[in-house]
Design a protein around this ligand. Structure first.
Ligand SMILES: NC(=O)c1ccc[n+]([C@@H]2O[C@H](COP(=O)([O-])OP(=O)(O)OC[C@H]3O[C@@H](n4cnc5c(N)ncnc54)[C@H](O)[C@@H]3O)[C@@H](O)[C@H]2O)c1
Length: 354
């Protein structure tokens, strides 16, 4: 396999690149990443010298570059992670979300269509896997689950842009017969998560005796999945999924945001002791004005991927959250580099002006 991974310097993409290189000897991975604020090539420091791996700094909306990579590297597989991914940022400024998530996905689909339908090698060994989110389905009440049949009802600029890209991917399957697969996953957590997202934000603030902001009443429910389980699911869909199909991926792990925050506080109290004031870290919790359009509950029904592809999550929330807190405690330099912005110099330091 010659795999184009987009967004491989982000949170999930970097975990995916590492796990594929660990498991598969017969593949070459080309990581195309623009290195936005969310992209950190240091996430892959341990594998960057692997001869099966190549990093290309570039934008997925750059059609000429994407086409050049398809030709040069004889790309037969695309695993598309690159996106603007933070809901709050999509509310403050949606334009980048439209550009990267919609136009970028379109650019990749076009490159695949042109390359694969014209190169005469057929489509049998080609795959275009689009990584998406459960947020496209909108918000649930107290009961029920998102299945692959649930109607799309996106409610933030982020989820609307992802929904739009999902529709484009489906359209390329029906219109051109492009061999696509789509995964819609719940909230991920684990190592290399950028500290603007809930769990790493809480870990870092709680360690530094800063307030812990919780939106609204904190009772919003999300289904949490350890990132390595997500990566395993994506690989399973890539290898065994039925073309044109969508697979929901979830951890069967519904938690209220406030439960997540409390769990992290208690784990830190246990591992590094109470605050200097002698109080538990839960005393840092502050309820703040809710996010506009904040979806109340997401919950995934992952029966299809379990029954058809035999995938279930391997890591319980209790294990996963301990591993995550330990990773942040064990990697203070990574955290410091992200917090002070110096991670953004890593590319120049490692790769010069390439
Ligand atoms: N994080 C989650 O909980 C979650 C859940 C479900 C689905 N997803 C989806 O998984 C994918 C990855 O999410 P993540 O949390 O790792 O995101 P992330 O924000 O950590 O990483 C995104 C990566 O994409 C790169 N990128 C952004 N714009 C680009 C562009 N125009 N060209 C090339 N690269 C670009 C960034 O530099 C970064 O490395 C996204 O598509 C997201 O919608 C995420």
């Amino acid at each position: 396999m010659n795999v184009l991974v987009t967004g491989g310097c982000g949170f999930i993409g970097s975990n995916f690149v590492r796990s594929v290189l660990r498991q598969k000897s017969n593949c070459r991975l080309i990581n195309l990443d623009k290195l936005t604020y969310a992209g950190n090539p240091e996430n892959l420091r341990d594998i960057e010298d692997d001869s099966r791996y190549r990093f290309v700094k570039g934008d997925i909306t750059d059609a000429a570059l994407v086409e050049q990579i398809f030709t040069e590297e004889k790309i037969d597989t695309v695993v598309h992670f690159a996106a603007e991914s933070h809901v709050d940022r999509s509310i403050a400024g949606p334009a980048e979300f439209i550009q990267t998530n919609i136009v970028g996905t379109f650019t990749l689909l076009e490159a695949a269509r042109k390359s694969w339908l014209q190169d005469g090698t057929g489509l049998a060994d080609k795959r275009f896997l689009h990584v998406s989110t459960d947020e496209v389905y909108g918000s649930l009440g107290a009961t029920g689950y998102f299945t692959e049949e649930t109607s799309y009802d996106p409610r933030s600029p982020y989820s609307a842009s992802k929904a739009s890209s999902d529709h484009l991917v489906q359209a390329y399957y029906h219109t051109y017969g492009l061999p696509v697969l789509i995964t819609n996953c719940s909230n991920n957590y684990g190592p290399y998560h950028f500290p603007e997202k809930l769990i790493p934000l809480i870990i870092n603030n709680a360690l530094n005796d800063k307030q812990l902001p919780v939106y609204g009443d904190g009772k919003q429910v999300r289904d949490w999945l350890y990132v390595e389980d997500h990566c395993a699911a994506v690989l399973r869909v890539l290898e065994k999924g039925t073309l044109g199909q969508t697979y929901n991926i979830g951890g069967n792990n519904e938690k209220q945001n406030i439960e997540i925050v409390t769990t992290v506080c208690n784990l830190l109290d246990e591992k590094v002791g109470l605050r200097d004031s002698g109080e538990p870290r839960t005393s840092l919790i502050r309820y703040v004005t809710d996010r506009p359009g904040h979806d109340r509950r997401y919950a995934i029904d992952a029966t299809k991927i379990k029954d058809e592809l035999g995938w279930t999550p391997a890591v319980t929330f209790e294990e996963g959250i301990r591993k995550t807190v330990d990773w942040y405690l064990d990697n203070p330099d990574w955290v410091a580099g992200v917090l002070d912005g110096s991670y953004q110099d890593y590319y120049e330091r490692m790769y010069g002006n390439r």
